[in-house]
Design a protein around this ligand. Sequence first.
Ligand SMILES: *Cc1c(COP(=O)(O)O)cnc(C)c1O
Length: 360
Amino acid sequence: MSRVYNFSAGPSMLPVEVLERAQKEMVEYGSAGMSVMEMSHRSKDYEAIIQGAEALVRELMHVPDNYKVLFLQGGGSSQFTMIPMNLANKNKKCDIVITGQWAKKACQEAERYITVNKVASSADKTFSYIPKLDPATFSKDADYFYICMNNTIYGTKFKELPDTGNVPLVADISSMVMSEEIDVSKFGLLFAGAQKNLGPAGVTLVIVREDLIGNEMDITPVMFNYKIHADNGSMYNTPPTYAIYVLKLVLEWIKERGGVKALQEINKKKAKILYDYLDQSALFKGTVVPEDRSLMNVPFVTGDETLDAKFVKDAKEAGLVNLKGHRTVGGMRASIYNAMPVEGVQALVDFMKKFEAENK
Ligand SMILES: *Cc1c(COP(=O)(O)O)cnc(C)c1O
């Protein structure tokens, strides 16, 4: 077997142990006589899978009892619509911090239905930092306050949460979910598309405080109604059964490794190896201000597009793939999610050192 180190931002690397387990159970799951893909979602076997997945999310993220854990479809992007439709039920108003493409998209979608107050933006410097927030600019009557907590494309992360008082804080944690500990009780709603850090594409995890749902706009489609999904244990309709099954395997893998806190330590170590190298390199340069750097997505450049392209190509030949940066930033980006081992990051840095020596 020759698996590469895959630095893709998403869909991204999955733990090989998870893939092997799925492979083993692919044709016949336990004594079910069939694959998980072929099962009724109403069967006992499947109920155990989806309920087990929910229990593991609750355990690993210490989700308080007054929160619902939902497995939905439509990707992270559907949340850009579901959130205003379900949560903006008092004053039809939200606050948002513009820290990149995903926050912008969430903003544009919310603007179709409600008033959006853009509290701050880091667009002036290609989203290479997290703007300092002044609570005086927050709307007292907002139905929620929205942030994209880890910016997958630009490699920034909120390390301090805005103090929104009684206004529920909503966060897109697609590219950082379970990479470090998060205090769920500080949020009204958290969501994450699975394909970055939790499993295959096709399922989106939503964690929402109970009192915030059940008051959706009249126009809300039934499939976009959190209450409907919550009341039906995420099985109002056929859920993405196989994606949830693989997600459960990933959660078991996280638990076996000691949980989110243990992974957080490994993730810090991985990020440090890469940032330490970038900070002393004469060729490569990180694009984000040090205080706002993400643990998961690390963009960097040489400053020379031709050299960037050569690096991406040579790295691929060395088994380090998907290092090309997002088209809006250029250069390179290494996404080093939970499934990326320390050895993968070390291999990347070793390769960068060699490339630097050969290209100065
Ligand atoms: C990938 C990503 C999304 C979009 O997810 P889809 O599942 O493709 O809709 C949203 N937000 C963030 C932070 C992401 O990284």
